[in-house]
Write a protein that binds this ligand. Structure first.
Ligand code: FAD
Length: 343
């Protein structure tokens, strides 16, 4: 009798979690290992703005109790960073020297916030919001009623911004090409959406290019964004929400094709026969448009995770998107987006 196959999943976010549970439900015998840099088991990062509504216990955010992984016989390796994948030897190398052999590998490494080149030097003076720890840090550092300066304002940022306004803070938004990302909208549509945000109390700065951030030790307010024309915008914290850049660095030696994300065919298989990818990390071939495309958004990501799992098990399903992409203001002046899960 042959040994059960070992499926290794890099990433424990929406795509990785959906894939792992799909694999186990379809195959009771296989080995499943999930490797993640995260300290916490899977939680929906969509819920992070809730820290401003008082949800401060990480246990409340978890999608499933920690015991779920034992019950499902999914080995979850937390705080483990993959630094290399050898596609020919089928080995994943971790930062602490260990290697893990796989029969089939699924990369669900997602992405991290894209920071415009001219702001990279200021990164250490900005707050992130990509994890529970970062969200709590922001909550602690933003004084009650204080001002958050937001550069860009993609849909993740706008969600947080609306939560901040609802909970008594101020938001100054400096728009750029990524405002309302991943929605693709015309300048006229953008203008309507920005006016709706102003009506909710947001201060909007259009046509300004930030070139740096400074922080006054002990000063009030503590931070300033310096604009190209020399003027400054003051606030308590500065954050950048400018869309995503895929986490692919560790795949450079994996013998797979990469453009901005991992390139996969419509079955979500990379150019290496034993490696698949799903979620924000991959660009999928779109035959009608003859191009590789990202398909961001919670529904896409989960569909991809499940589909990749079934295809790793031998199916040949195609990622055939028909998921609505819409942003609008309703009759009550509320911003609605198909990107948002809860709002
Ligand atoms: C605050 C916030 C709010 C959001 N709100 C929405 C929303 O309303 N709607 C929506 O559609 N999307 C939203 N998003 C985006 C959404 O979370 C992502 O699109 C989704 O999580 C992508 O899932 P994923 O599984 O592809 O990757 P991710 O969830 O990003 O997971 C990536 C995983 O890969 C791991 N990883 C990466 N590199 C390595 C490595 N080298 N070694 C080991 N592990 C690695 C990470 O630790 C993580 O576990 C939000 C994101 C944030 C941060």
């Amino acid at each position: 009798m042959s040994a059960p196959l070992h499926y290794v999943i890099i990433g424990s976010g929406s795509a990785g979690f959906a894939a792992a549970t799909t694999l186990r439900r379809a195959d009771d015998d296989c080995r499943i290992t999930m490797i993640t840099m995260d300290g916490l088991p899977f939680y929906n990062r969509y819920d992070l703005p809730q820290v401003f509504h008082g949800r401060h216990d990480w246990r409340d955010l978890l999608a499933v109790p920690p015991a779920f992984y034992d019950t499902m016989r999914i080995k979850l390796r937390r705080r483990s960073r993959v630094v290399d994948v050898d596609g020919s030897k089928q080995l994943v190398s971790l930062a602490h020297q260990e290697t893990v052999h796989y029969d089939r590998l699924l990369v669900c490494a997602g992405g991290r916030g894209y920071l415009p080149e001219n702001l990279i030097e200021s990164a250490r003076l900005m707050h992130g919001f990509g994890s529970f720890e970062a969200a709590m840090q922001l909550y602690r550092d933003l004084p009650k009623g204080g001002t958050a300066i937001m550069i860009g304002g993609d849909m993740v940022g706008i969600d947080l911004a609306l939560t901040l306004l609802e909970t008594g803070y101020h938001v100054s938004l400096i728009t750029n090409a990524q405002t309302f990302w991943p929605h693709k909208i015309t300048p006229d549509e953008q203008s309507v959406l920005l006016r709706a945000l102003e009506a909710k109390g947001m201060t909007v700065f259009e046509d300004h290019r930030p070139v740096g951030v400074t922080r006054d030790n002990g000063g009030q307010p503590a931070s300033r964004v310096i604009l190209e024309d020399g003027s400054e915008i003051a606030g308590d914290v500065v954050m950048s929400f400018c869309g995503l850049t895929s986490s692919v660095e560790f795949m450079l030696g994996a013998d797979v094709d990469i453009e901005r994300g991992l390139l996969v065919d419509p079955e979500l298989r990379t150019s290496n026969n034993t490696i698949w990818a799903a979620g924000d990390v991959c660009q999928i071939w779109h035959d009608t448009e003859k191009a590789y495309k990202f398909f961001h958004g919670w529904e896409n990501v989960r569909v991809m995770g499940k589909l990749a799992a079934r295809n790793m098990l031998g199916e040949h399903e195609i990622f055939d998107v028909n998921i609505e992409d819409r942003i609008e203001i309703d009759a009550d002046g509320q911003l609605n987006s198909t990107f948002w899960v809860h709002r």
